[in-house]
Design a protein around this ligand. Structure first.
Ligand code: ASP
Ligand code: MG
Length: 374
């Protein structure tokens, strides 16, 4: 029934004109399930509100809530042409902002924090739903909080997601297009939670895998994964086809196009992921699947803010168990090593989490001479 899962990020729906553009992209054919992020800037603002609440600064929280509210008011005034739909949208966001304001009077815990963070996606999907209705499109909203579940370890519960989605779809059969929220979920205590910042890509991949979609499309503001980092290198071009494993290397090593967690569910379910550009919808983009073109280098990625650590030790010569000791130190400080090379008397490693660098270096020095390059 559902053919494609299409995910749109915050910048793709961040202005009324862009949201209209997305509405036309998702209704080109029947049977799409559309995953939306919050309007750009909203989640960051919700994080800011949480910061004020955490610091018991009710005035700061209320001021920020009211400027966010003004932004939505303006957005609504530009999105709809019919009063009926503008009124519906206004009523929806008004309730959310009234609800957000109540938190300034309550005890603030992680539970409230997560509830607050969830409001952005709830608003963007409702704005889109009412806009589609205004356009006469038969759209249905599948509430992510009804099916996107994580388990005791905070990992997505595929079984629950699948059955939850099936029943959500069965409740609203025959819609032309389906919408749902990215990022938000319920945890094993049934509390509102999220899949971490940038998690909407992950939602799309999990949903695509759960319903065995033909394709998962990640719509963003660049025409695909590039062969080099466009912030550093001029004249980069989009890579049209790449293997899942190559794509996850690129995602981990700094390509901001795709959230790294997004690869695995799609890869395991063997569902192709296509990265497309909302500003240039006809551009080919990047297709990611399980087909490897052997002997071909697809792209080069650079990572900033890493530390290179070199340890030299004559004790390593012809010895075994040395690397295990080195790895144990990193493990104790929950620091993962990104790259490693070893020779007979030395090991070079790079890490991007430098939180415990001093402690790690201190311990490594028990085994040899250590150099660090930041
Ligand atoms: N709105 C969330 C964020 O900004 C999730 C997402 O955009 O993927 O992190
Ligand atoms: Mg995003």
């Amino acid at each position: 029934m559902i053919k494609k899962v299409m995910k749109f990020g915050g910048s793709s729906v961040g202005a009324p004109e862009r949201m209209k553009n997305v509405a036309s992209l998702i209704t080109k054919e029947e049977g799409n399930l559309v995953v939306l992020s919050a309007l750009s800037g909203t989640t960051n603002t919700l994080v800011e509100i949480n910061g004020y609440l955490y610091n018991k600064n009710a005035d700061g929280a209320l001021d920020t809530i009211s400027s966010l509210k003004a932004h939505y008011k303006d957005f609504i005034s530009k999105l709809y042409t019919k009063k009926e739909y503008a009124d519906k949208a206004t009523a929806y966001v008004k309730e959310i902002f009234a609800y957000l304001s109540t938190f300034s009077k309550q005890a603030f815990t992680q539970v409230e924090e997560k509830i607050i963070l969830a409001q952005g996606e709830l608003m963007s999907t409702h704005l889109m739903l009412y806009y589609l209705e205004e356009q006469g499109v038969k759209a249905a909203l599948l509430p992510a909080l009804d099916f996107m579940k994580t388990d005791l370890h905070g990992e997505p519960d595929m079984g629950e997601i699948r059955t939850g989605l099936e029943s959500a779809l069965a409740e609203q059969p025959g819609a032309y297009v389906y919408l749902t929220q990215g990022y938000i979920c319920r945890n094993s205590s049934n509390e509102i939670d999220n899949l971490q910042r940038g998690g909407s890509d992950y939602s799309a991949s999990l949903i695509g895998a759960a319903i065995k979609a033909d394709e998962i499309q990640i719509w963003t503001d660049i025409d695909g994964m590039h062969n080099n980092d466009p912030r550093i290198v001029e004249h980069t071009t989009a890579v049209h086809h790449i293997h899942f494993e190559e794509a996850s290397e690129l995602a981990y090593f700094g390509a901001k196009v795709l959230h790294p967690t997004c690869i695995l569910p799609a890869k395991n379910a063997n569902i192709p992921v296509r990265i497309l550009n909302t500003m240039q919808p006809d551009a080919e983009g990047t297709l990611i699947n399980n087909k490897l073109e052997e002997g071909k280098i697809k792209a080069v990625a650079a990572k900033d803010n890493i530390a290179a650590i070199r340890i030299k030790s004559s004790r390593m010569l012809l010895a075994y168990g040395f690397l295990r000791k080195v790895f144990e130190i990193f493990e104790n400080y929950k620091t993962s090593i990104d790259m490693i090379s070893t020779s007979e008397i030395g090991v070079s490693m790079s890490v991007d989490n430098t939180q415990h660098l001093n402690e790690i270096v201190h311990e490594l020095k028990k085994y040899g001479t250590v150099d660090v390059d930041l």
